[in-house]
Each structure stands twice: as structure tokens, then as C-alpha cells.
Design a protein around this ligand. Structure first.
Ligand code: SF4
Length: 467
């Protein structure tokens, strides 16, 4: 078995950065969301679930909790800023009704629950308990199910962490983003390092087993110095894992990002340098890189999964549960089945109207063809293992791999000449330099991207910078 731990390179040729900068999907799904179809409806939703029943493995549940107390200027999430508890209460009532519409048709146990947002920890303790009780009442949640929650350090007093641990949450993903004060002021998210450190310490004290930090590079005013400070704080706090995302500057889609001073944003080359500085510092501190943008401390289950080739990627990040389907609830949430995806409406009014009429609030979705599934397999392996062995592709292509994927291989040839990828007889392997360009490598297999996007805007405006 290939050694799947591939370190990031110390640096990358500027010419390669210029050549491969651009806008590409992050491939948390394939086909990607802009290619979902508005004709997908609840009949197809339940049919997709019935087809998935053969797997019999436990389900995952995702709840989208979109409320936040205040706006971060960099935010690209589907969220609603409110101080009104009535607004939140109303949404939670509808969320419970949506759960009630779906659960009677689902005959499988639940092995993982993930609350994302927005700011899930903006719920009061009572609201959180009621919501979890609703899930436990409607689904067969396994006693050892993993309960994960995304948290905002500004909304996590110790008593609240204690209550979450008491409910069974054991994994906490903290939106840290950046420690520097000037950057924090510019992005409208003031959370001093001491606050984050206190939350980490309290979370560990009350029983959280794994703490992840979300960090962002490419924010305004980030520099070599701010990154070095960040590394110093990380060495002290020692999160179990980190997700390091590139800031997606899409002000034509997210009006709040117009508040970001564009002249303070790092250039593509500076973004890459910041990321590599962070990656090097994390590797020096003992973390190992996973896929596109994750790092894990020694002993983390994801590293074991990586070495055993069991890693998978979905909307919630990297996971070890390949067959686990995810039923997603709430505005804009995306469910994933063995061979289909379905996304809910993004708009609150449409969400409430659909549920009032007794329908699932589905906005769009897609049933995957066999060809979609084999391309998804390849993209997944590249995104997780940085390697795909040609004879493992599922479902197996009707013709030999090189013939079936001739066009994709032709697209990869320039990347091979640039040393980013190895095109071997039996496999395709990403090199350390190619690690930074996985999205480009994966996109060679994206038949929808190559065909264009009849469902929405041109690709350059749908996706953020690929570097
Ligand atoms: S970045 Fe997170 S906390 Fe800030 S507004 Fe967006 S969803 Fe809310």
C-alpha cells in the first residue's frame, strides 16, 4: 500500500501559481451543487433512500442551525443574523416538523449527528436539549452515536459546554479563523486568544474528546507575522485536528464581503505562501496533513483511516464512514444518499411554506448515473488519498480505464509535465507540489465542469479561488 501521508512542499514555483490560479469547486460532492436539478422532488428523495437501504449501515443526520448574533464580514454561509429568540423558536418548530415528515419512512439507525450553521451554539441550552430529544424520539440513535457540534468561542460559557457534554456531544469544531486582533477587527469577529484557550480548556474538562479548529488563510491583513503568532497559539492549545480553508472572496454573491478592503487581501502567491507557512509549522508541531486542507494530531482516527484507505469526504469534511448517508434538515441543508443528493430551499419563507403544505422543502437535487458514481469515486480518492488505483474504480468502467477516461488523462498531461502528478500504468498519484493543486487534478474528471453549466452562472463566478 502506498504511503498516503504526503507532506506539503516547502514552496511552489510562482509560475505554477500563476498558471493554475482560477476558480474551481472544492468537491465536497460530485456532481457539484450548481449541477443539481430543480426537477428533483420528494418522490425521488424517498426513492433514493429506499435504494440506499441495501447498505444497512447507520445513517448520519445533519441539522442546519443558521442563526448568529452578529455578522462576520468574510462569511459565505447561509445564515441569518438575529437577536430575536422568537425567530429562532419558530425555525426550530419547523425543523422539528420537517424531521417528523421524514422520520416515519426511515428504518435505519443513526450513527452520527452533526449540528452546523450559522452558530449552533447560539441555541439556548433548553432549545438544544429539546432539539436533541426530538431527534432521539424520531430516530433510533445508537448509544455510541457520535455527536458533533460546530461552536463559536464567543457563545460557549463553561456551563453551556457542560450541558452539551451532558447531552452526549463529544466533538467540538471551533470557528477560530484567525488570532490577530487587526484581522479580527477587519472581519468583524473579535475573539481574543485567551477566550479560545479558555473554551478549549473548559471543553476538555467537561468531557469533549476531540476538538477541531477551523482556520482561514487569505484574510485581509494576514501576514507572515500573524501566521507565526497563529502557530504559537496552536502549539499552546493543541487542537486534535484543524481544517484550514482558503478565504473565498465572492462579493458578487455575498454582499457582506463588500466590507472587506480588497487592497488588504493577499495575492494568490501570498495566499499560497501563508498556507505553506501554516502547513510547515503544523507539520513541525507533529500534525499530519489530510487531503486538501485538514491536519490531524498523532493518534487521530482520521490518520488511521487514511493509512488504511478508508477516508471519505462529504459536506461535513473528512469522515471514516463510506456508506453513511446523511439526512440533512433545515434551510439549504444537503442530504446525501448512495446515488443521489438533495438540497433544501435556502429561503426561510419557502421553507416554512413547504412544511405548512406537508411537503419536504426540497429545492433541487440529482440522481447519480453509474458514470457520475465512478467519477465521484475517482475524485474522492484523489481528494482523500492523493492517489487512485485504476483497477479499484467503482462501478468498474465498461472499457479499460485509459480508454474510458481518455479525455481526463489528456487534461492531466500538462499537470504531469509540471511535476504535479504521476500518470502511471496502474495509478494516478499526486506529488507533494501537486497537493496544492488537487482541485485542478480532480476537475479533469468533472464531466459537468467540462461541459459548462446550463443550470446557472459561468463557473468562474460560482466558485472561489482554487489556491
Ligand atoms: S462566519 Fe459563522 S459566525 Fe460569522 S456570520 Fe457566518 S455563520 Fe455566523
Amino acid at each position: 500500500m502506498a504511503d498516503r501521508i504526503v507532506p506539503f512542499p516547502p514552496g511552489v514555483d510562482r509560475a505554477l501559481i500563476d498558471k493554475y490560479s482560477g476558480s474551481l469547486p472544492r468537491y465536497t460532492s460530485y456532481p457539484t451543487v450548481p449541477h443539481f436539478l430543480s426537477t428533483f422532488d420528494e418522490k425521488q428523495y424517498f426513492a433514493a433512500h429506499r435504494r440506499s437501504m441495501v447498505a444497512r449501515s447507520p445513517l448520519g443526520l445533519y441539522l442546519h442551525l443558521p442563526f448568529c448574533r452578529s455578522l462576520c464580514t468574510y462569511c459565505a454561509c447561509n445564515r441569518k443574523i438575529t437577536q430575536s429568540r422568537d425567530t429562532i423558536r419558530r425555525y426550530l418548530d419547523y425543523l422539528k416538523r420537517e424531521i417528523g415528515l421524514i422520520s416515519p419512512q426511515i428504518g435505519r439507525p443513526v450513527g452520527r449527528i452533526h449540528w452546523g450553521g450559522g452558530t449552533p451554539t447560539y441555541l439556548t441550552e433548553t432549545e438544544a436539549r429539546e432539539l436533541l430529544d426530538t431527534l432521539r424520539c424520531h430516530f433510533d440513535v445508537l448509544p455510541d452515536a457520535s455527536l458533533n457540534i460546530e461552536g463559536d468561542p464567543r457563545e460557549l460559557p463553561k456551563s453551556y459546554l457542560h450541558a452539551l457534554a451532558d447531552m452526549g456531544f463529544r466533538r467540538l469544531s471551533l470557528g477560530v479563523q484567525e488570532f490577530d486582533q487587526t484581522v479580527q477587527e477587519t472581519i468583524g469577529r473579535i475573539q481574543p486568544p485567551e477566550l479560545v484557550e479558555r473554551v478549549v480548556s473548559d471543553a476538555r474538562t467537561v468531557g469533549f474528546e476531540r476538538i477541531n479548529f477551523d482556520l482561514i488563510y487569505g484574510l485581509p491583513y494576514q501576514s507572515e507575522d500573524t501566521t507565526e503568532q497563529t502557530l504559537e497559539h496552536l502549539r499552546q492549545m493543541q487542537p486534535d485536528s484543524l481544517s484550514v480553508f482558503g478565504y473565498a472572496h465572492v462579493p458578487w454573491m455575498m454582499k457582506n464581503q463588500r466590507l472587506i478592503p480588497e487592497d488588504a487581501l493577499p495575492s494568490p502567491a501570498e495566499r499560497v505562501a501563508l498556507f505553506l507557512q501554516l502547513a510547515r509549522g503544523l507539520e513541525d508541531a507533529g500534525y499530519q496533513p489530510i487531503g486538501l486542507d485538514h491536519f490531524a494530531a498523532p493518534g487521530h482516527p482520521l490518520l488511521k483511516g487514511l493509512k488504511e484507505g478508508r477516508l471519505h469526504r462529504n459536506f461535513q469534511g473528512y469522515t471514516l464512514n463510506p456508506d453513511m448517508e446523511v439526512l440533512a434538515f433545515g434551510v439549504s441543508a444537503i442530504s446525501q444518499f448512495r446515488d443521489a443528493y438533495a438540497q433544501n430551499v435556502k429561503n426561510f419563507r419557502s421553507y416554512y411554506e413547504a412544511i405548512d403544505e406537508g411537503h419536504l422543502p426540497i429545492h433541487r437535487g440529482i440522481n447519480l448515473t453509474a458514470e457520475d458514481q465512478r467519477r465521484r469515486f475517482i475524485i474522492n480518492r484523489l481528494m482523500c488519498d492523493l492517489d487512485v488505483q485504476k483497477d479499484t474504480v467503482e462501478p468498474a468502467p465498461p472499457r479499460p480505464f485509459d480508454l474510458h477516461f481518455k479525455l481526463a488523462l489528456e487534461r492531466l498531461e500538462p499537470l504531469a509535465r509540471d511535476g504535479l502528478i504521476g500518470l502511471m500504468k496502474d495509478r494516478i498519484t499526486v506529488s507533494p507540489s501537486g497537493r496544492l493543486f488537487i482541485r485542478h487534478i480532480a476537475s479533469a474528471f468533472d464531466a459537468y465542469l467540462q461541459r459548462g453549466t446550463p443550470t446557472s452562472e459561468e463557473p468562474a463566478r460560482q466558485h472561489a479561488s482554487s489556491l
